[in-house]
Design a protein. Structure first.
Length: 223
């Protein structure tokens, strides 16, 4: 069975960018797991809500959305939203998880997208790609081998929201599932008026270049 590990900065990142692809691939028999690096505890304009309460809400929403798609597991690392850093500790944490889950394919943010504003998206994208190197070479973290975490190399990386996509997935048959999964992120949707239309228009524009009704696009790296 093909195992996919999606590593994201915040709850909802995967549904917005890969929801249709994951619904399609899970239906085909692939296994998808999520790692969410923060709980999105700053993602609100509500002046009354606390970061702790928002994190609780967003974790619940993410679990619900993942369950709808058929995602096998969701792991929250619970770093502070907006404060992720590209450092050795974060790299080691992600590399350890890659060795633990041994994915065939990894999905994450494209840190090289021009004008990528969110610091967490940049930090996760860079850290994950660095961690893939640390996970594949035994001498990077030899102590992990004594814990049974052998070196592991995924076959492919898919970067979402890429400025230079070269792989397109037809999500015509799963766009409704994507929209249903996104609807579980209720705390976030008030910031996106007519969000269903916007997602459909985005998927239609992405697919148009390849003659597809609806699509999601990625930068694909073969290792």
């Amino acid at each position: 069975m093909t195992r996919i590990l999606a590593i994201m900065a915040h709850p909802d990142d995967a549904e917005f960018t890969c929801g249709g692809t994951f619904a399609k691939w899970i239906k085909e028999g692939k296994e998808v797991l999520y790692i969410v690096c923060t709980s999105g505890d700053k993602g609100t304009k509500d002046p009354e809500i606390t970061p702790h309460r928002l994190a609780e809400i967003r974790e619940k929403e993410q679990r619900s959305a993942a369950q709808l798609l058929g995602v096998k597991s969701v792991t929250f690392l619970r770093h502070k939203d907006g404060e992720l850093k590209v450092d050795m500790a974060f790299r080691a944490e992600i590399a350890m998880l890659i060795r633990r889950y041994q994915p065939d394919i990894i999905f994450t943010h494209d840190a090289w997208r021009p004008y990528q504003l969110h610091p967490d998206h940049r930090a996760v994208g860079l850290t994950v790609t660095d961690a893939i190197v640390a996970a594949r070479d035994r001498l990077y973290m030899p102590g992990l081998v004594t814990m049974g975490l052998e070196a592991h190399t995924p076959r492919e990386i898919y970067l979402w929201s890429s400025g230079e996509p070269d792989h397109y997935e037809d999500i015509t048959e799963t766009i409704e599932v994507k929209l249903k999964a996104l609807s579980r992120h209720r705390s976030q949707l008030s910031r996106f008026p007519q969000w269903r239309k916007r997602i459909r228009d985005w998927a239609a524009a992405t697919g148009k270049e390849k003659g597809l009704k609806f699509a999601e696009a990625f930068k694909r790296i073969i290792l």
